[in-house]
Ligand binder design. Sequence first.
Ligand code: SF4
Length: 158
Amino acid sequence: MILVSSCLLGNNVKYSGGNNLNELLAEYSRYLTPVCPEVLGGLMTPRQPAEIQGGDVQSVLAGQAKVMDKAGADVTSAFVKGAEAVLELVKDHKVRVAILKANSPSCGNKEIYDGSFSGKRVSGDGVTAALLAAHGVKVYSEEDINEDLLQRIIAMYM
Ligand code: SF4
């Protein structure tokens, strides 16, 4: 099983109520299992955008930093619950690879928004991406993927 951020397949689960359709991934959707950790965590769509504040994702997972939405609500527990739900799927199905949306506070890897809601990015991972990586899942973003790599991932992990 290969996990993919649901919004990348054109599903309208993004905070805005829209999606982040990636045409290449959509073309190969029959090989991909969509997940949206924020929806799995119980958040509604549409919803306020959210960013990690007060530390990095490791601090969030250790209970020392928070995920706050733009209206000032603490949504940390929903983000952690969603990440844990995806991790359960990983364990149940022995998932070893995921292709997750870049820059998201849940799905991002390598870079996320800095918590100021100003569009500035910093090095770091989203909550789900970090939890999966900590359990041995190879996490790619859609920015890493081209057709050749996607075909190799499918051949290797399906
Ligand atoms: Fe997409 Fe992940 Fe955000 Fe869900 S949590 S909308 S899958 S980036």
